[in-house]
Design a protein around this ligand. Structure first.
Ligand code: PEP
Length: 252
């Protein structure tokens, strides 16, 4: 039985004060909730103040990006060692806003994934196709390429530190989510791919999240699908009541 996982990606939103307030609202409402795994990923400058707020709760801290090197002359970057030092448990790798928007290559994403896991971080690895790729019937080809270019870099035991997030690019921040059936189709295919490449045990245990315009109205139907093990939430994670309702949906 895979435990449901709800992660909030705050992207480049909040101020120090609103980040603290949002985290406080979540802690007050969730407290020691353990039926669902919950993580929030604030912007880098607010990791430490948010960590303070989360310290007595079960909500885990995550970062939105990481550089593959542990240290060095990489202006503006943040290393996996630094993220661990700041109390991060999770990191998002391969988000489409970085793959497509910032031109991150498969190779760079693979290096980040490997470095993050080697330094003790749990990784949310995002995959997903654009609208034109879906329209051209290439969804599974794109997803397969993203999986093949990243996961084989890891040893079997390292794969236990990865959660996949299927995030169709056309659904991110658009208000148009994939239907539960569309998402389930890809999730089931990904799970079969995992089974074929890494064995049935890993395929049964590795969690696959859905991401893309998830909100309190559509979360339950997405989370009811057999291969959807949680959600990665952008916009709706910025409002405590919305995010809490999504967590509630994951409990049912
Ligand atoms: C995301 O940032 O990963 C995301 C899914 O965003 P949104 O929920 O806003 O579509």
């Amino acid at each position: 039985m895979r435990k449901k996982f709800v992660a909030g990606n705050w992207k480049m939103h909040t101020t120090r004060q609103t980040a603290i307030s949002l985290a406080q609202e979540l802690v007050t409402a969730i407290g020691q909730e353990t039926a669902v795994d919950v993580a929030i990923c604030p912007p880098f400058p607010y990791l430490l103040p948010v960590r303070e707020v989360l310290s007595e709760s079960c909500i885990a801290l995550g970062a939105q990006n990481v550089h593959p090197e542990p240290q060095g002359a990489f202006t503006g970057e943040v290393s996996p060692v630094m993220l661990r030092d700041c109390g991060c448990h999770w990191v998002i790798v391969g988000h489409s806003e970085r793959r497509r928007g910032l031109g991150e290559s498969h190779e760079f994403i693979r290096r980040k994934l490997l470095a993050a896991v080697q330094h003790g971080l749990q990784v949310i690895l995002c995959i997903g196709e654009t609208k034109s790729e879906r329209d051209a019937g290439q969804t599974l080809t794109i997803v397969r390429a993203q999986l093949e270019d990243s996961l084989p870099a890891l040893k079997a035991e390292q794969l236990a530190h990865v959660v996949l997030a299927y995030e169709p690019v056309w659904a991110i921040g658009t208000g148009v989510n994939a239907t539960p059936e569309q998402a389930q189709e890809v999730h089931a295919w990904v799970r079969a791919w995992l089974g074929a490449h890494f064995g049935s045990k890993l395929a049964e245990t590795l969690r696959i999240l859905y991401g893309g315009s998830v909100n309190s109205a559509n979360a339950a139907s997405l989370l009811a699908q057999p291969d959807i093990d949680g959600v990665l939430v952008g916009g709706a994670s910025l409002k405590a009541s919305e995010f809490l309702a999504i967590i509630q949906a994951a409990k049912c």
